[in-house]
Design a protein around this ligand. Structure first.
Ligand SMILES: NC(=O)c1ccc[n+]([C@@H]2O[C@H](COP(=O)([O-])OP(=O)(O)OC[C@H]3O[C@@H](n4cnc5c(N)ncnc54)[C@H](O)[C@@H]3O)[C@@H](O)[C@H]2O)c1
Ligand SMILES: [Zn+2]
Ligand SMILES: [Zn+2]
Length: 391
């Protein structure tokens, strides 16, 4: 089959690789019909380089049609239309029972002290071949896949794999008080959906992003928008009686614009030989923390910060004085995708499309154009906000 593979820093290519096969009785094989590119894929492209192996099949936002199931999979049959959560979880361990599927004890990657295995997401998360490919092997298919109706375009359901549950969790973890204000930093796909979910749940939402078309997309869904940059904290306070928003979602993560020093360190790590770079990545605190610092500064005293943007360093300096003095609460982490499906499925299935899921994708392309689309998405060219590949 054809698959999009990681080759080197900022280099992905389409290659011919062996078709996946059922290995465990709980596996299924799906034929992928749509597979999105995510902001998290950009970390593989740049920051997580030391944990990647040449030829890794990437991608973790797939959906498709079940081709084959293992003997222990009784909930699915060939022909079913399914969306695949990016977190691989067993559904019956202690963590899964707590709704913490991204910490699943059956699929944890203990070698790297990581949480649950993720599709297409480096050695840190189990080196499991990803879904930007014609076919995908889905472990724990007796639990993970979300069956969706056979009618309606893929894009109505596709974002159940990651964007929607991640945004839903981001807003839930932001703990916005009734009638409160939520600031969303970053209006990429995760920020777009966090903002819309915040509005859907009845909060006032202010979205911040330096990119004009991303602000425009949020604005057409009724979100107040700010360009950000210097002065953004003051602007947020001005709009909230001088206090700052009750809650802030950081949907930017370590690809943030606006901290050139860290940017250089990150670039340097990408250039080092893998073993040295890996150590640097784990210990040197090379992340770009500018969005996180904005969140800490902007949130009102006693407010909550919810991080859905991914951070990856081990020695990132944190302003403990401010966090302590302002009495800030913080929640973060990889999304527990399966935990939120029941909340989200009725919303995407609603013909009135309350979250506007059909207005997120900006680019559709065949798998063969994957490399070009990665570049376009990373550079935010051509109005690119969300790419859906059609293998
Ligand atoms: N927690 C999870 O389970 C989970 C799941 C999916 C994605 N993510 C993470 O969420 C983040 C966003 O993902 P995405 O797909 O929306 O990516 P994206 O790269 O498209 O979006 C990031 C947005 O942040 C904006 N931005 C950059 N610097 C900023 C700043 N200083 N202030 C305000 N905005 C700024 C960019 O212009 C961009 O629009 C990434 O870090 C991704 O890895 C986490
Ligand atoms: Zn994703
Ligand atoms: Zn589990």
């Amino acid at each position: 089959m054809k698959a999009l593979t990681w080759q080197a820093k900022r280099t992905v290519t389409v290659e011919e690789v062996p078709d996946p096969k059922i290995i465990e009785p709980t596996d299924a094989i799906i034929r992928v019909t749509s597979s999105a590119i995510c902001g998290s894929d950009l970390h593989l492209y740049e920051v997580l380089v030391p944990f990647m192996d040449k030829g890794d099949v990437i991608g973790h936002e797939p959906m498709g049609i079940v081709e084959e199931v293992g003997s222990a999979v009784t909930n699915l049959k060939p022909g079913d239309r399914v969306v695949i959560p990016f977190t691989v979880a067993c559904g019956h361990c202690y963590m899964c029972e707590q709704g913490l599927q991204s910490q699943c004890e059956t699929t944890q990657v203990r070698e790297y002290n990581s949480g649950a295995t993720l599709f297409g997401y480096s050695r840190l998360y189990g080196s499991l071949p990803g879904g930007q490919a014609e076919y995908l092997r889905v472990p724990h298919a007796d639990y993970g896949p979300v069956k969706v109706p056979s009618v309606g375009e893929d894009e109505r359901f596709l974002f159940l794999s990651d964007v929607l549950p991640t945004a839903w969790q981001a807003v839930k973890y932001a703990n916005v008080p009734e009638g409160g204000t939520l600031a969303v930093l970053g209006l990429g796909p995760i920020g777009q959906m966090s903002a819309r979910i915040g509005a859907h749940l009845g909060y006032r939402v202010v979205g911040v992003d330096p990119v004009a078309e991303r602000r425009a997309m949020a604005a057409r869904h009724g979100i107040e928008v700010l360009e950000g940059g210097e002065g953004v904290v003051e602007e947020l306070r001005e709009r909230t009686d001088g206090r700052g928003p009750d809650s802030v979602v950081d949907a930017v993560g370590m690809e943030a614009h606006g901290s050139p020093v860290a940017g250089t360190a990150q670039a340097a790590v990408g250039m080092l030989p893998p073993s040295i770079a890996r150590t640097a990545m784990e210990t040197a605190g090379v992340d770009r923390l500018s969005a996180l610092y904005t969140a800490i500064d902007a949130v009102r005293r006693g407010g909550t910060i919810s991080l859905s943007g991914v951070y990856g360093g081990m020695k990132d300096p944190m302003p403990m004085l401010t966090l302590f003095d302002k009495q800030v609460q913080m929640r973060m982490g990889q999304c527990n995708v399966q935990h939120w499906t029941d909340d989200l499925l009725p919303l995407v299935d609603d013909p009135s499309d309350p979250l506007g899921v059909l207005d997120l994708k900006t680019h559709t392309a065949p798998l063969a154009d994957g490399p070009e689309m990665y570049e376009k998405f990373q550079k935010k060219q051509d109005g690119c906000i969300k790419v859906v590949l059609k293998p």
